[in-house]
Write a protein that binds this ligand. Structure first.
Ligand code: KIV
Length: 268
């Protein structure tokens, strides 16, 4: 792993060189330290914090203040990775002025280097206006969780011909508006491949197959710290839920039985 700081020009170069980009979500200092030290290229402070940390059923209740609070913990920890902050529901949809003002505030107060927002052709003006302020934007198209009610659930997008064309048009719109990269979520892998070949900006896939320029997962899914339904695209690399449960059970038993603290943990 190169120790060189990850920048936006570097990410574009990685696409050109065919070097895969790694992105994971992070919401606090210890996780951000671990992921940054392990060599993850991009830390996304996702609004998925609402689901995996705050316990909401959707990402919709998450606020700008909560996003800034979590992102400050991550930017304090990150040394190499690029830090991206998610714009939460209703922080950019009402007007372009709102979008620019909120993006500016989120960058200023959190220390993040880029914002991410969901939508394609419908967010063209917002992405264009934010990038005109020299705030880098990562797009997010396909299955966009903030549209859960409009989509009728978390469903794979772009399957039928017309829907496929819409996702392709969204990808082109996001690039044309000035985004530096785009997340492709929950779309067929052949469509993700077509988009990745057509765009000059990197595509970061989640549930979009192998052909994207990079991949992203929610860290709590990767390490087994989420107790609700796990989508098909998740790979769980370790089950920390069980590891932590066992450690806590051992602690409780040792306290009850008088085996902790020992002399080694005591002051004389
Ligand atoms: O909020 C989030 O974590 C995301 C990723 C899953 C892409 O948007």
């Amino acid at each position: 792993m190169s120790l060189e700081k990850v920048t936006i020009p570097k990410l574009i170069q990685m696409k050109q060189d065919g070097e895969k980009i790694t992105m994971l979500t992070a919401y606090d200092y210890p996780f951000a330290r671990i992921l940054d030290g392990a060599g993850v290229d991009i830390l996304l402070v996702g609004d998925s914090v609402g689901s995996v940390v705050a316990g909401y059923d959707t990402t919709l209740p998450v606020t700008i203040d909560e996003m800034i609070y979590h992102t400050k913990m991550v930017t304090r920890a990150a040394q190499r990775a690029l830090v991206v902050i998610d714009m939460p529901f209703m922080s950019y949809q009402v007007s372009v002025e709102d979008a620019v003002r909120n993006a500016g505030r989120m960058i200023k107060e959190s220390g993040a280097e880029a914002v991410k927002l969901e939508g394609g052709q419908n967010q063209f003006d917002a992405i264009k206006a934010i990038t005109r302020m020299d705030i880098p934007v990562m797009g997010h198209i396909g299955l966009t969780p903030q549209s859960v009610h409009a989509m009728g659930g978390y469903k794979v997008q772009g399957k039928a011909d017309a829907a496929r064309q819409k996702v392709m048009d969204d990808a082109l719109a996001v690039q044309e508006a000035g985004a530096f990269s785009v997340v492709l979520e929950g779309i067929p892998l052949s469509l993700a491949q077509e988009i990745t070949e057509k765009l000059s900006i990197p595509t970061i896939g989640i549930g979009a197959g192998i052909h994207c320029d990079g991949q992203v997962l929610v860290i709590h899914d990767l390490v087994g710290l989420f107790d609700k339904k796990r989508p098909k695209f998740v790979k769980q690399y370790v089950n920390l839920w069980d590891v932590i449960t066992k450690a806590v059970q051992d602690y409780c038993r040792e306290v009850k039985e008088g085996d902790f603290p020992t002399d080694a943990h005591s002051f004389h």
